[in-house]
Write a protein that binds this ligand. Structure first.
Ligand SMILES: [Zn+2]
Length: 277
């Protein structure tokens, strides 16, 4: 556990449509000094206010994870954060020209490509680890997350949405750069049709389309092309867990056992990690 912190090697930029407002947004990743963490800067606002990607700044967990510090508010941060975590990036500045990053294809894949292109750079400070020594546990309704001692970072996740192909999906894999890129990063956001109907009526998800989500309606899967993995849903839930738990500010050495997880519980566990660190 003597690894050094990392940042990205140079600045890089990604542009695309945002999910909720449906406008074109730009996101720039920049290197940051050691011990700074991941800082998001709203360059579209006067004085460029910033918010650190840490669980104490989470203000909303409905459908996506929202963080804020005063004027600096950003939502749906979990997919870009998951990609940074998977590449071991501890410190970076994320400049955004609006309140949400481009949704891209609803997965982490475009952010993975961006970080791969630019590469990473080792810094002087030591990485901060949370080594699980005793089980930690959070639950709500039918959902639960348990963090157990394990020699590496591992996620074992179970989801259930209905019958047939939507029935129980279970996957357990170690989370390192390679497995994240191959097994997790391309899994897209998915939504239940009746939920998106409500959001559309409210004037939200203006940028939502089959370009960036898989839709479940009456036991049928609606998506562009084919599913990217047979069990794409459980894999996207694991992607969200990686992004949300990175908000603890620690590299995790332990196994997350997740049953029907979601952003509210992921964030609760990230808080518990920070509290127990
Ligand atoms: Zn997600």
């Amino acid at each position: 556990m003597n690894k050094k912190q990392k940042t990205i090697k140079a600045s890089c930029r990604y542009s695309g449509i945002t999910l909720h407002t449906g406008v074109r947004a730009h996101l720039t990743l920049k290197p940051a000094p050691e011990d700074s963490g991941i800082i998001i800067v709203r360059i579209d606002l006067p004085n460029h206010p910033s918010v650190k990607a840490i669980v104490t700044n989470v203000i909303d967990v409905q459908r996506a994870t929202t963080i804020a510090n005063g004027e600096a508010k950003v939502h749906t941060v979990e997919h870009v954060l998951a990609a940074l975590y998977a590449f071991g990036i501890d410190n970076a500045i994320i400049e955004m020209d609006g309140p949400e990053p481009p949704i891209a294809d609803g997965s982490s894949a475009p952010y993975v490509d961006l970080i791969k292109q630019v590469g990473s750079k080792i810094q002087k400070g030591k990485k901060k680890y949370f080594i699980v020594k005793e089980p930690l546990f959070v639950e709500s309704g039918e959902s639960r997350l348990i963090l157990l001692p394990c020699e590496n970072y591992q996620i074992s996740c179970t989801v259930k949405y209905g019958d047939g192909i939507l029935d129980t999906q279970y996957l357990s894999i170690p989370i390192d750069t390679e497995t994240f890129v191959q097994e997790i990063s391309k899994a897209r956001t998915f939504c239940i049709y009746r939920e998106i109907e409500e959001l559309m009526i409210k004037g939200l998800i203006k940028g939502g389309s089959l370009d960036n989500a898989v839709i479940l309606k009456d036991g049928i899967i609606i998506c562009k092309d084919e599913l990217r993995y047979d069990d794409e849903f459980v894999r996207h839930k694991m992607l969200d867990i990686v992004g949300d738990l990175s908000l603890s500010g620690f590299r995790i050495i332990g196994e997350v056992v997740a049953i029907k997880p979601g952003h509210p519980l992921n964030v609760e566990l990230a808080k518990l990690i920070l509290h127990n660190a």
